[in-house]
Design a protein around this ligand. Structure first.
Ligand SMILES: Nc1ncnc2c1ncn2[C@@H]1O[C@H](COP(=O)(O)OP(=O)(O)O)[C@@H](O)[C@H]1O
Ligand SMILES: [Mg+2]
Length: 217
């Protein structure tokens, strides 16, 4: 099985004034194509930092990162942006929809930057929200907003979906619906990495990795 993501000895340090915070400490992790992995850990354990590095949103201080078989280590920020746009879809806890755009327009946004022509309407259909296409985010429930965000993550047909606490702002029933969407995307072949502090949510994944103080357990 080829690897979707491969981290080798990744350390990430942040300088905060005089202090140095070690958010990740020598993390090595392989995620195979088609896997559904949950990374579980307490607040501050380094989960978001790990996700940002797995998606080439941020660079490690030390160590190497391969995404979809390509080494991200020496890429320029333009090259990283291109790798992300073509390979990775992101889903966040607070949805990060653009308030002045409709649901349909929000789903289309990443396609503008990648100059691809994803079918936003079809993606809304797939998640049962085509009847909300012309609604603004403020006119949608939390669960609906997160489904729109998942459709947006899919617009460039990425191989990998990285989700950071995607159910953190949802009630448990709505959260379960969102997890079911991830499960079905995984069944269609998408590699999914889901980050959560909630062990119950992590159970949807087929493999669970635990992180503590920036180290995998
Ligand atoms: N941009 C940043 N600058 C400084 N410190 C940061 C930054 N991002 C995260 N940290 C620190 O790194 C550690 C891990 O943070 P994070 O990856 O956000 O953890 P989690 O997502 O598990 O809550 C924390 O101690 C946090 O305060
Ligand atoms: Mg976080």
């Amino acid at each position: 099985m080829a690897n979707a993501i491969e981290l080798k000895h990744v350390t990430k340090e942040y300088d905060v004034g005089e202090e140095r915070v070690k958010a990740l400490n020598d993390v090595s992790l392989k995620i195979g194509e088609g896997e559904f992995v949950a990374v579980v850990g307490a607040s501050g354990s380094g989960k978001s930092t790990l996700l940002h590095i797995m998606g080439a949103l941020d660079k490690p201080t030390r160590g190497s990162v391969k995404i979809n078989g390509k080494s991200a280590d020496l890429m320029s920020s333009d090259e990283l942006a291109e790798l992300r746009a073509g390979t990775v879809g992101f889903v966040f806890q607070f949805f990060n929809l653009i308030p002045r755009l409709t649901a349909l327009e929000n789903v289309s946004v990443p396609a503008i930057f990648s100059r691809k022509s994803g079918d936003a309407r079809k993606l809304l259909e797939d998640i049962g929200l085509v009847h909300r296409a012309w609604h603004m985010p403020s006119q949608l429930s939390g669960g609906e907003r997160q489904r729109v965000a998942i459709a947006r993550a899919m617009i460039n047909d990425p191989k990998i979906i990285l989700a950071d606490e995607p159910t953190g702002n949802l009630d448990s029933v709505t959260g379960k619906n969102v997890m079911d969407i991830f499960k079905s995307l995984n069944e269609k072949g998408k590699t999914i990495v889901l980050i959560t502090h909630d062990r119950a949510v992590a159970k949807a994944a087929r493999r669970i990795v635990t992180i503590k103080d920036g180290m995998l357990k």
